[in-house]
Design a protein around this ligand. Sequence first.
Ligand SMILES: Cc1ncc(COP(=O)(O)O)c(C=O)c1O
Length: 466
Amino acid sequence: MAYKNFELTPKKTEKIETKYRKIVTEIPVEESLPLLKDLRKYEPISMSGQPLIVWDNASGFTITDPYGNKWIDFSSGVLVANAGHLPPEMKSGLISQIESGMIHSYCFPNEPRAKLVKKLVEIAPRGMDKVFLLTTGAEATENAIKLAKTWGRHIGGDDKDIIVTFEGSFHGRTMGAQLAGGSKPLKEWIGKLDPTFVQVPFPDGYFFTDTDFSVFTDTLDKLGVDDRRVAGVMMEAYQGGIAGFYPDDYVKSLREWCDKNGALLIDDEVQAGFGRSGKLFSIDHYGVIPDIICIGKGMGGGLPISAVMGNSKFMDLYGPGEMTSTHSGNPLTCTASLVSIEILEKKNLVENSRKLGEILDSELKKIQKKHPHRIGAINGRGLLKAVMFTEGVTENGKKKPDHSLAFSVVEKCIQKGVMLYAPLGPGGGTVKMNPPLMIEEEALFEGLFVFAEAVEESLSEIDIVK
Ligand SMILES: Cc1ncc(COP(=O)(O)O)c(C=O)c1O
């Protein structure tokens, strides 16, 4: 399904000025059109799709453009700025790293890299004693798939090569990551489906109502998969597109199933880690220890760094020089990550995420209560929420996502000074909210008030059209 795109035509806005927000121009801003048109002209169309705001400065939990407008950030720049946008400690840490005269060192040793891998092992769940640093989330999930397949061959021979993932999941956009991820149409675009990538329904309890673990095993049976051939099961700690968590028992059963069948349990925390859902790692909600964890996004506070963490049993399968990357352990990105983790710890931001997440949840549920037929669910934990807009229940009893309504709500929030990214999830009906974990309560309430206004206005416009 093709989603709506933001138009390059300036639309009128109401002038706004509060402590946290300022809107003084039409949106998109007339002056920004040449830049926006260049991007449409010189980049693939796939790179468009986000609200047409030129980001000029991002600090703490606010974002400004070069034309005098200011937004409360409910996006964290797609979940990277967990510790806030460019905190002063990060700025000074990066500057002093640059001033030291060393901004890259390939796989030659450097101090920030040594400090970071040690720190990550200290904070990682039990059993993770090695860290392989990379640059993007997709590289981390690709690497985890490779390790699981290598491990599978190591213990079970050539045929232990199947990777199981969940329908609707997202693991990145490189080849292997996209084969593992859950969007069938996108996978089919690449060519014939690879039979060693197999998917089972995600137990969201919303689109797919049977959340019992037997669905996992029954689906593998139906697909003719021999359990002993499974090398790894990769799960997002929560499903990103809808901020959907698994039932706790489901993940416990999955852990047992993996143990029984000699499959690695891979936890993709690229989006979910570093306090986003009110725990340092979202897998901690289930009381389960995975074999491999992929991290990224919030790990670098906005700079590109990711990693795969696991036990040396799996992590040492490749010999010296056989599993490396040009930018692995870059001293600048490692410094950004070290500072980000330090801020999360010092400022107690994981707890702040949990506490403010409860407020966000109860306020969004008040909005849902007013419109139960148009908001099907509020998902998420901590400062991670997904509002699931729906056209209502269809004949087959399923809730049909309402992309137009979700799109209108995002567009209005942008026009009113609250930064959100474009709707996503199945049918594009989900609006996600994930502010930096250091957002102040007052700003959170102000953003919520704007969101509620945007919902009311969007619904009344839709009613008028009908
Ligand atoms: C769960 C998950 N895995 C992997 C990725 C891919 O990360 P990247 O875009 O850095 O390649 C993402 C990105 O959104 C993600 O949410």
